[in-house]
Design a protein around this ligand. Structure first.
Ligand SMILES: *Cc1c(COP(=O)(O)O)cnc(C)c1O
Length: 365
């Protein structure tokens, strides 16, 4: 058997380690997973009720067009229904974008340390990936613009950026989009937008309304706490959304995901409470990192990238042995780990474990 040339050396995605596996391997009773930016406060009770209600219909294929959820999201964003496409997570919208727009010989531009799925799907389609170094952990939009050629098809801007947590602000993004040729798609991946409190965060909806080549990606996996259900969406000009719809699998989102997403969208109280608790957790982490003298990037989502001043693999292993799963081994940040902001109890356990790991590392020289 011989697969497509483009996937011969493609790695299989390495997800954050599952809790059960770590418990088994290390014989630990308590394990905290702060590796995948999941919501430590779970999900809306309304979402759970909606799922239970939908159980009686699971033998029937879902609504291919997610009609009710589309209407709810269209109203929520103040856009038309034909401007929205759902995916099995926004991961699948990234896949569909690559499938619809990238061919061998095309170029696509990303930051050098950003969400892995842009590169992954571009590689599969045989496109060339032009990586532009982050500046102080932040997308360098002028440098990305300078890389645009006649072959450029898609530019990916992850805002806030995963893993660094930094943002680009409205004025710079606006100036950037005005200069990008109108045939080049600009993807604004806003998986963490609900956590952002910065007043100068881009009005991406306004940019999307003005520019037909701008698409927003949002997800129900993060603040809404529905990661296991796999549902996210893209929002853009109707023509762009129609092209992506052409490559969409007919039943790519489930009944339960659609119902839970609609119920979650209506539960603003849950969202606001998660947002506030995340801000408290972030302030706590900042204080502790300051006390320990560790540098971190300004965090705008529900995770922090922190310099632990030892090889990140060593920190990861040390934390794991103490029952905390983090995310490490970033190519461009060899001494940084990414840690999800958890509940206060989880954050305290993490800080205690980190202090112990750092103390041990100093002892061992
Ligand atoms: C988590 C994440 C996504 C996608 O999550 P889904 O579960 O597939 O919706 C997309 N982009 C970024 C930057 C993320 O961190």
């Amino acid at each position: 058997m011989q697969p497509k040339q483009s996937i011969v050396s493609l790695p299989v995605y390495q997800p954050g380690k599952p809790i059960e596996e770590v418990k088994r391997e290390l014989g630990l009773k308590e394990v905290i997973k702060l590796a995948s930016n999941e919501n430590p406060f779970g999900s809306s009770e309304h979402a759970k009720a909606a799922i239970i209600k939908e159980l009686e219909n699971i033998s029937i294929y879902p609504d291919s067009f997610s009609t009710e959820l589309t209407a709810a999201v269209a109203e929520y964003l103040g856009i038309e229904r034909n401007q929205i496409i759902f995916g099995a997570g926004s991961d699948e919208v990234i896949l569909m974008l690559a499938r619809a727009f990238l061919s061998p010989g095309d170029e696509t531009i990303t930051a050098d340390e950003t969400f892995s799925q842009y590169r992954h799907n571009a590689v599969i389609e045989g496109a060339s990936i032009i990586e532009v170094p982050l500046r102080d952990g932040t997308h360098d939009l002028p440098a990305m613009l300078a890389k645009v050629t006649e072959r450029t098809k898609i530019i990916w801007v992850c805002n806030p950026n995963n893993p660094t947590g930094t943002i680009v602000r409205h004025a710079e993004l606006d100036a950037f989009i005005r200069q990008v040729p109108s045939n080049v798609i600009v993807v604004l991946d806003e998986a963490y937008i609900e956590y952002v409190m910065d007043e100068d965060f881009p009005d991406s909806l306004a940019l999307m309304r003005e520019f037909n080549n701008v698409i927003l990606l949002r997800t129900f996996s993060k603040i809404y706490g529905l990661a296991s259900l796999r549902i996210g969406y893209g929002a853009g000009h109707a023509d762009l959304i129609r092209m992506i719809n052409q490559v969409r699998e007919p039943f790519n989102t489930t009944r339960m995901a659609q119902a839970a997403a609609a119920a979650s969208l209506a539960d603003d109280e849950f969202l606001q409470s998660c947002r506030a608790r995340n801000a408290e957790g972030k302030a706590y982490m900042y204080r502790e990192f300051d006390r320990l003298g560790l540098h971190y990037f300004e965090a705008h989502g529900n995770f922090i990238m922190v310099d632990v001043k030892i090889p990140s693999g060593q920190a990861f292993d040390g934390l794991l042995r103490r029952g905390v799963i983090s995310r490490a081994r970033w190519a461009h940040y060899p001494t940084y780990i990414r840690i999800t902001i958890g509940s206060q109890e989880q954050n305290e356990a993490f800080v205690a474990a980190l202090e112990s790991v750092l103390a041990e590392a100093a002892v061992l020289g």
